[in-house]
Design a protein around this ligand. Structure first.
Ligand SMILES: CC[C@H](C(=O)O)C(=O)SCCNC(=O)CCNC(=O)[C@H](O)C(C)(C)COP(=O)(O)OP(=O)(O)OC[C@H]1O[C@@H](n2cnc3c(N)ncnc32)[C@H](O)[C@@H]1OP(=O)(O)O
Length: 350
């Protein structure tokens, strides 16, 4: 027999859990672009090889996300697209703790302990995105595309998931830096635009080759490129496929740091340390990658740094911005799977 008191507790907890679930759904709805894409993610997960790894403790306050498909210049297979989306999901949970975004803090009492233990340990404020074996990403894995993603319907699914994943990545209260060695081509170039900052080296070649594939960007990179370099420069870069390198990257406002070959990740860490540590003195003591967590190394308020990023990403979480991405998606879908595009994919020697 349940006592009145226990019944009251039972009702309260179930109301809380319902409201928490709906709050989670509200957070997911607000932070996602195309809604629930679970089915598409699981379909794509079955396609191709490679992996996407995330080291949340790469350096104090900084995580390292690495594209791992070296035999294919880190081209993104369906499996890797799904794993990238999984990592964004996890980060959306991790950074609920110690973030002053109201919707998130509302969810704090429901935080997943093991995930937030991670955050408490490293208090992430930054994330570096890079590719394995000194090259970044040569875009969509064309061997997967040839076998599985040639139809308009499957191109639409790929575009929906990648636009949504990179939009949500941009909404994370984490300062992101793309550490680009070697090639970043097509979708790889779009991945680069999804980061707040870019570090390249003498070997880096960032090329929007979509026009050679008889399409426009399908992962949201067109809008992001326009926001970074302006409409006219974006038209030149996308229309000619001219590479962005150390020669023109700074002038275009596309590149923030130039590193010696093989040093992009290190320089990206040094760049982010300025957001982690209270002063250069603290950074010198703690920014060597082997952080000694002595009290001397004062770090900036995680809540404040994350709040600053939330401020910036809010400018990209409005109906106008989302409608622009939807327009880009629809334009891409009108081109992907048409004869010119299919011929280009089949004839690109890969
Ligand atoms: C939304 C889709 C988006 C779009 O529409 O634009 C895309 O991203 S479509 C893909 C755009 N990317 C490309 O067209 C890049 C194609 N690859 C290359 O241009 C070259 O491979 C390059 C410059 C990355 C490297 O050239 P290099 O001469 O150094 O090496 P190989 O060409 O011999 O390549 C080595 C090895 O990697 C495989 N590879 C490279 N890129 C891809 C890819 N995107 N998909 C699948 N596989 C790729 C290549 O086939 C070689 O493997 P092997 O088994 O030896 O043939």
């Amino acid at each position: 027999m349940i006592s009145i008191l226990n019944l009251h507790k039972l009702v309260n907890s179930s109301l809380n859990s319902i409201s928490t679930i709906s709050k989670t759904r509200i957070i997911r709805k607000l932070s996602s672009l195309h809604g629930n894409l679970t089915g598409i993610r699981e379909e794509l997960r079955k396609l191709g090889h490679g992996s996407v790894t995330f080291d949340p403790k790469y350096s104090r306050g900084i995580g390292l996300l690495t594209l791992q498909n070296p035999e294919r210049h880190n081209a993104l297979s369906g499996k890797m697209m799904a794993e990238l989306s999984d990592i964004v999901d996890k980060l959306e949970n991790v950074v609920k703790f110690n973030t002053n975004d109201n919707l998130n803090s509302v969810n704090n009492e429901n935080k997943l302990n093991n995930v937030n233990e991670l955050d408490k340990e490293n208090n992430l404020i930054g994330i570096i995105v890079t590719g394995s074996r000194n090259t970044f990403c040569s875009g969509l894995d064309l061997s997967v595309a040839k076998d599985h993603i040639l139809t308009p319907e499957n191109g639409k699914k790929m575009s929906l998931l990648m636009q949504d994943t990179l939009f949500r990545f941009g909404q994370l209260p984490l300062i992101s830096v793309a550490a680009v060695e070697g090639h970043a081509l097509g979708g790889g170039a779009e991945l680069v635009t999804a980061c707040d900052f870019r570090c390249i080296s003498e070997t880096s070649k960032i090329r929007f080759v979509q026009v050679k594939m008889s399409v426009i960007p399908g992962w949201g990179g067109g809008k992001r490129l326009i926001d970074i370099v302006g409409g006219v420069n974006a038209l030149k870069i996308m229309g000619t496929s001219d590479p962005i390198t150390t020669q023109n990257g700074l002038e275009l406002g596309f590149v923030d740091v130039i590193a010696p070959h093989g040093e992009c990740v290190n320089r990206a860490r040094e760049f982010l340390n300025r957001y982690v540590y209270f002063s250069e003195r603290d950074e010198r003591k703690g920014g060597n990658g082997n952080d000694d967590n002595t009290n001397e190394n004062r770090i900036n308020s995680v809540k404040v740094v994350r709040g600053l990023k939330l401020l910036i990403s809010r400018t990209k979480n409005n109906e106008e911005y989302k409608n622009f991405l939807l327009y880009e998606h629809e334009l891409f879908c009108s081109l992907w799977g048409q004869k010119e595009n299919v011929d280009a994919v089949l004839n690109t020697r890969k």
